[in-house]
Ligand binder design. Sequence first.
Ligand SMILES: *Cc1c(COP(=O)(O)O)cnc(C)c1O
Length: 391
Amino acid sequence: MSAFTPGRHVLQTPGPTNLPDRVLRAMDRNAINHRGPEFGRLGLSVIGKLRPVFGTEGLIGIYPSSGTGAWEAAFANTLQPGDRILISRTGQFAHLWEEMARRFGLDAVALETDWRRGADPAVIGQVLDDDREHRIKAVCVVHSETSTSCLSDVAAVRDAMDRAGHPALLMVDAISSLGCIDYRHDAWRVDVTVAGSQKGLMTPPGLAFTAVSAKALAVSRAGGARRSYWDWEPLVRANETGFFPYTPAINLLWALEAALDQLAEEGLDAVYARHQRYAEATRRAAAAWGLDLQCQDPAAYAPGVTAIRVPEGHSADRLRAVILERFDMSLGNGLGRVEDRVFRIGHMGDLGVLQLTGALTGVEMGLAAAGIPHQPGGVLAAMRHLTESNA
Ligand SMILES: *Cc1c(COP(=O)(O)O)cnc(C)c1O
């Protein structure tokens, strides 16, 4: 192989996602005084511009951390060791969140799934119904389980909690759904929503977000665990002033502002429709190849990523290695229980139609190059859908 690979690397991972040029440009400037007036305006601006994406008029916190930090903040602010939580084991990210809960000393009650569907609101409702003493303090759901490409129905989980008349907090990991699909923190009465910068929000890794309901904030003020850096209280002040108690990730916030401007310019409804269209095109490609989707519930297909299974006896990791070496494209790997069983095509964030067909072309060539049994014609099926759905 030559030491030089021409053309752009094709980044088709479900986070980090491609950065729009305007996002790159927005960061490319000197830092500013984070105690000066220009920063205050930036802080308020990004919080304001995040509101329609989260669907909230309440507290929006920003941390200089990866999304995992906002997970930790959610637990630290509202729960104490020994508190019981309910979490649906929908995939690797739910698993990691559950592991974090255990490290916090929480009593995590896990609802098993086969990693091929979303959380089951009926089962959650049943467990809450049975919890007459209201020992469960929080219900945790991963909205888009990036490891399986299954979406959970947050509104239905809320309904199940309401029907059970249960006071637990509803905590949602929306890290790979925010900016990809309509999200309504207030309308669904989510108590804590956790998100990150590097997926649907098209911003470099390094920012975590959290939306917090008045109820969760009250719980936090009355208790929670020991915390300092992750405390929500300074974020309340930041929402009023635009200033943070520590040095914020100034240049990343400029990047975020540019990304949010781009989302607004395209229009959120158009952004969400585009994600559905790309996801459907990708699934049609998989169907034409004769490969199974990891997600087995059509009502739960994720908008921003599609996990595809390789046939028994074949290696998804080897397929990805071949695609990287021969066609210079990065795909998402199988995580945890589905390691080497699936590969994941990210189609979230800043992506044009021909970037998507190009990525699918790389997969189809890779399937052939890696000797994975499949039918040709996946790209053609995707092209047909992309053409017909853009009339
Ligand atoms: C990416 C991701 C995470 C982890 O976020 P980090 O920013 O890597 O900490 C957690 N949950 C979901 C659903 C994700 O997609």
